[in-house]
Design a protein around this ligand. Structure first.
Ligand code: ADP
Length: 549
């Protein structure tokens, strides 16, 4: 049989499976990586999208608020200028150039004393906390504190001017001092008129400020959820923005340790790491389940292919064993056949002395028995293989049967110089198949003879204890290694000891003996003999109904 083909096939199958496994695993892996990065990307896209929505929303709110400012005199909405990131009332900005450090300090004290509960306060405080390094810093700080007075901007300006004019060390140009004095006098006469004129004052301040080129454009800051927004041109707005991010987006004012976007200064939107981790965990779980199924499928597939390989190998081994078996049996048959033929021919031609004729007959008989023993074994074994081995129990005189078989061995024993010790108790009978029993005894005696070495002594015993019949065949031969003892009753098993392989044998004698014993509800076992050799023991029940099938 061609054994290359299945080997090539199974190796190919295994390689194909391994290839499929690796490819699917890699695909699963890349799918996993893609899913993880797409989860991250989708979170980042979501964040960007939502951040844009929120910014647009704030811008819309600002537009409305500015529109509102255009039609209202609300105190919260004032005119500011943004100077180096500081927010100061536009009307005072131009004047600050001329305020001394001391004046600023006094104005600061006044401002504190009259501090109102004004919503814009935190921004003015912020402006006021600017580090004071130059007189300019002081003036700007002063401006911020004037705004804390919760006064109409024009009145603030007047107060500011009064504070300035109070000081003798103020380096105001003369023309301005005159202008301010006039302004104050008008104020004393008619407050309404002063208020109208202060608008001009702002214009003046604004013009000065333009020259200073310190305007910044749009300014936004958030403190305690209130946002100050200063548009280009100095239009300022204080309001609480209405921002409601949709989950998983959340808002904070400190930079978080997660994916985030600044909506406006002070408002930072972020997606909590837990939301991303959750998504990743789900993907990871799916990935692991996928891999688990893959490994399971691979194991199952490998098991199948492995099973195929093992069964193919077993088949090959069996084929080889059968071939060897046929060769061995043929060889075993040839030896007794040749002897029988040779001796029969010699007798036929009458070429031997009279005193040798009996020996010739004996050899023919012995070899014929050996021949029938071998043939019976082969037949029984073949029936065992086909499950058609049957026994036919009948009342049998076991003692006599044992004696007969032992006698039939005498020729061989004598020939090979063996001593046979018999301890066959008389009159033991049982319901057994006499042919099957004979075959067992024959096989055990045959082996005892075959595997004896040096000391040529064999003992056969038959005894009855209660309803138990015990047959023992003991030799002083080569013995059986312990690890082989439980295998020698299996088909074709022979020791690889050269002392065994040097002797003829097909490895079916003991397996036939065991099957026959078991068919008669008995068993067969082996143990070491002392000082060496083996003892085979067959246990049978006296009155047991032996199975016939
Ligand atoms: P065979 O004798 O044809 O090889 P058996 O089935 O009768 O087959 O025996 C199986 C194997 O058990 C033998 O090959 C041998 O290794 C071992 N064996 C059987 N009987 C004996 C014995 N009396 N002494 C030592 N080895 C034995």
């Amino acid at each position: 049989m061609n054994t290359r083909l299945p080997r090539v096939l199974t190796t190919g199958l295994l390689a194909l499976m391994a290839g499929l496994f690796v490819t699917t695993f890699l695909l699963n892996r890349s799918q996993y990586t893609a899913s993880i990065s797409s989860a991250e990307a989708s979170h980042s896209t979501l964040l960007k999208q939502q951040a844009k929505n929120l910014r647009d929303n704030i811008a819309r709110q600002e537009e409305q608020q500015f529109a509102f400012y255009g039609t209202s005199q609300a105190l919260d909405a004032e005119l500011f200028l943004v100077l180096d990131d500081r927010v100061v009332p536009a009307c005072t900005a131009g004047l600050l150039e001329y305020v001394s450090e001391q004046t600023a300090d006094e104005a600061f004290q006044q401002g504190i004393a009259r501090l109102p509960n004004h919503e814009a306060l935190p921004f003015f405080e912020m402006a006021a906390k600017r580090p004071i390094l130059t007189p300019g810093d002081l003036y700007q700080t002063l401006g911020a504190y004037f705004n804390m007075l919760e006064l109409d901007s024009n009145i603030q300006t007047v107060c500011c001017i009064l504070a300035l004019l109070d000081r003798s060390d103020i380096p105001l140009p003369k023309s301005q001092i005159v202008f301010f004095n006039n302004l104050l006098q008008e104020q004393a006469e008619n407050l309404e008129q002063i208020k109208a004129r202060t608008g001009n004052l702002w214009e003046t301040a604004y013009t000065i400020d333009q020259k200073l080129v310190r305007r910044k454009g749009v300014y936004r800051a958030t403190i305690d959820e209130k946002t100050l927004s200063v548009a280009e041109g100095g239009l300022a707005l204080l309001y609480t923005p209405n921002i409601n991010p949709t989950p998983p987006l959340q808002l904070t004012n400190a930079i978080p340790d997660a994916l985030h976007e600044e909506i406006i200064p002070g408002f930072i939107a972020f997606i909590p790491t837990s939301a991303i981790e959750d998504a990743k965990r789900t993907i990871h779980k799916q990935y692991r389940t996928g891999n688990g199924i893959l490994v399971l499928m691979f194991l199952l597939g490998s098991g199948l292919v492995g099973g195929m390989i093992i069964s193919a190998r077993r088949q090959r081994e069996l084929d080889a064993m059968k071939t060897e078996f046929i060769a061995t049996v043929s060889h075993e048959l040839r030896t007794p056949l040749s002897l029988i033929r040779l001796h029969a021919e010699t007798l036929h031609h009458g070429r031997i002395p009279n005193d040798k004729i009996d020996d010739y007959h004996q050899t023919i008989l012995t070899e014929a028995e050996r021949l029938s023993g071998i043939v019976n074994n082969v037949l029984d074994f073949s029936r065992m293989e086909r499950n058609t081995l049957q026994i036919h129990p009948e009342p049998t005189e076991l003692s006599a049967l044992c004696e007969n078989i032992a006698d039939s061995f005498q020729g061989r024993l004598h020939q090979d110089g063996f001593e046979l010790e018999k301890k066959i108790n008389p009159d033991i009978g049982a319901m057994v198949d006499p042919l099957a029993f004979s075959q067992i005894v024959f096989n055990l005696l045959d082996n005892a003879l075959k595997y004896s070495d040096g000391e040529k002594s064999i003992r056969i015993e038959l005894e009855q204890s209660n309803d138990q019949i015990i047959l023992r065949v003991a030799d002083q031969g080569i013995g059986i290694p312990d690890k082989l003892k439980k295998h020698i009753f299996d088909d074709f098993v022979r020791s690889d000891d050269p002392k065994v392989t040097a002797r003829r044998g097909s490895g079916i004698g003991l397996s036939v003996a065991r099957q026959l014993a078991e068919k008669m509800n008995g068993n067969i076992e082996v143990m070491n003999n002392e000082p060496h050799g083996s003892i085979f023991t067959v246990n049978l029940k006296e009155n047991d109904e032996a199975t016939g099938g």
